[in-house]
Design a protein around this ligand. Structure first.
Ligand SMILES: N[C@@H](CCC[C@H](N)C(=O)O)C(=O)O
Length: 281
């Protein structure tokens, strides 16, 4: 099968974007892995599939696959690229777009400066929904939140979901943080039944942080949008951060806002087309 694709990135988190709005596209896990492969395929952290919506009032369906072929619930940076794609390819003339994902709906707005603002919905703190098994653990309370000890890994985690699972650790310096060694141990820890995205957060001030994320399946990426939201929400609940925070990832910057505890988290950032092409699968 010959497949047209668009290669995009959001703050360095990169994607192969596929248009399945006109005809259905079913790809096997092996084909998705091939697309994501940086040597044998196109190369991407995630593969994004755009489909027609099945719900009235919703513009598109947006599906996300990690480069392992696993379908996942959320991808913040990918959602910005999705908007750029549907606008640039004339699939809509709206500037505010509603999209359904595997477990949610999102509202996305293309700003005049080309950046995209995403309503990432409300964070989920119910540990069973992350899911995180905290049985037998005693958390340390800080601010209005808990830090959970993983004694076997030697870390303390804030745990929450942005629709997908996140664990956030505070570090003194992201450059020297043990992302490559601790990241996979947290990602695959048995207390996270569906594994987890592991964030390493360095505070610069109450309004500015640096962040690295070891993503579930994809490993460390240059940025993780849902990870940035999770880290800022955790930092706010722990009393470390204000409600509007600039997040510096290795591949670019994201603005994260959480106006109050009952509000949606808002993420604003770039979405860039790199090239278009065709590949034989
Ligand atoms: N890069 C993403 C998150 C992609 C999914 C993640 N690896 C998971 O498995 O949950 C983002 O920008 O949010």
């Amino acid at each position: 099968m010959r497949l047209r694709f668009t290669k995009m990135h959001g703050a360095g988190n990169d994607f192969v974007v596929l248009d399945a709005t006109r005809r259905p596209l079913e790809l096997s896990a092996a084909q998705l892995r091939h697309l994501g492969d940086r040597r044998l395929g196109v190369g991407a952290d995630q593969i994004l599939l755009i489909e027609p919506a099945s719900t009235p009032g919703v513009d598109f369906r947006y599906r996300i696959f990690n480069n392992t072929g696993n379908e996942v619930e959320h991808c913040g940076n990918g959602s910005r690229c999705f908007v750029r794609y549907v606008v640039d390819h004339g699939l809509t003339d709206k500037k505010t777009i509603r999209v359904e994902t595997v477990n949610n709906q999102l509202e996305l707005t293309l700003a005049d400066d080309g950046r995209v603002r995403v309503d990432m919905n409300r964070p989920i703190f119910d540990l069973a929904r992350v899911p995180f098994d905290a049985s037998g653990l005693v958390p340390r309370a800080e601010g209005g939140f808990e830090l959970w000890p993983l004694a076997d890994v030697g870390v303390e985690l804030a745990v929450l979901s942005m629709g997908n699972p996140h664990a956030v650790m505070r570090v003194a310096d992201v450059d020297s943080a043990p992302v490559a060694t601790i990241g996979p141990r947290v990602e695959g820890h048995p207390r996270f039944a569906r594994r987890v995205n592991a964030g390493f957060l360095q505070l610069l001030s109450r309004r500015e942080v640096r962040l690295r994320v070891y993503e579930r399946d994809a490993g460390e990426t240059l940025a993780c949008g849902s990870g940035a939201c999770a880290a800022v929400v955790a930092g706010i609940r722990l009393g470390w951060l204000d409600r509007r925070v600039e997040v510096h990832a290795r591949g670019g910057d994201l603005l994260i806002e959480w106006p109050d505890d009952s509000a949606s988290v808002l993420m604003t950032g770039p979405a860039v087309t790199v090239f278009e092409g065709e590949i034989e699968l």
